[in-house]
Design a protein around this ligand. Structure first.
Ligand SMILES: Nc1ncnc2c1ncn2[C@@H]1O[C@H](COP(=O)(O)OP(=O)(O)OP(=O)(O)O)[C@@H](O)[C@H]1O
Ligand SMILES: [Mg+2]
Length: 232
């Protein structure tokens, strides 16, 4: 289904492993994803990247967090934004308060990025948590304010990574995919339902999402431990 996509990668284990075990196989896998992303965008600058999946629990948050760390470790100024206002987890992963975040920036007139974004101990890594869960996440993400915010963030950071809800359940990821340069699709290899993946791909195509790659998560060690990279 994604045969001619540029990036096809496999990860076996999760969490913030790129920080805790930078010399592990998985951390190396994230560096490969980083390289693949960079190679896939030689002609066009990629500043905003969205991570999504078909169904819940595929590993979107794990992938976005580790990718943000890996990109920052290469010397980039990276911002990870928790745009999953349904089930936000970025604040938990990085042990940050979540009183203020994306919701604040989208709903409070005087909120400033510099006051909301957390500067992390990892050099170059910044995080905007979800903030208080709003009643209308899709509307907020679809708003003109969100488009303006992305523009403003692009001026400050080299790369902005958005963690989002799954495509099938709500329109949030679709809405965001139309606003960003590239979308990474995480497939939980053991459980992903082919029909759901197909449906998600159609939903993303409807908004002209630029799916730059697919990451296969939770692949059995013995089965498929290597990366697959397909150039076009
Ligand atoms: N490769 C993996 N191996 C084992 N556990 C994993 C792997 N990837 C993610 N997990 C675990 O699975 C759970 C779900 O992962 P994660 O939160 O990244 O998924 P998600 O797609 O963001 O989920 P949601 O749709 O709920 O936002 C987490 O507890 C995470 O630590
Ligand atoms: Mg998540």
């Amino acid at each position: 289904m994604f045969k001619n996509k540029k990036i096809k990668t496999t990860i076996e284990r999760p969490s913030l492993i790129t920080l805790t075990r930078p010399s592990s196989v998985i951390a190396e896998q994230f560096r490969t994803i980083r390289t693949n992303i960079q190679f896939s965008m030689v002609d066009k600058e990629l500043k905003t990247l969205l991570v999504t999946s078909a169904a819940p629990g595929a590993g979107k948050s794990t992938v976005s967090a580790n990718l943000a760390v890996t990109m920052a470790m290469q010397g980039k100024r990276v911002l990870l934004v928790d745009a999953d206002m349904r089930k936000p987890t970025v604040h938990k992963t990085f042990k940050l308060p979540n009183q203020d975040g994306l919701t604040t920036l989208l709903t409070e007139k005087d909120a400033a990025i510099k006051d909301i974004a957390h500067r992390m101990p990892t050099e170059g890594l910044y995080i905007i948590t979800s903030g208080i869960i709003p009643p209308n996440p899709s509307e907020l993400l679809a708003s003109n304010k969100m488009t303006l915010l992305i523009k403003e963030l692009e001026e400050i950071f080299d790369l902005i990574i958005f963690d989002t809800p799954p495509v099938i359940a709500v329109t949030d990821a679709q809405v965001m995919a139309s606003k960003v340069d590239g979308t990474l699709f995480v497939v939980n290899k053991g459980v992903a339902d082919k029909e759901m993946v197909k449906k998600s791909k159609e939903l993303l195509a409807m908004v002209h999402a630029n799916i730059i790659g697919v990451i296969f998560n939770r692949v059995e060690l013995a089965q498929d431990t290597y990366y697959h990279y397909y150039g076009e």
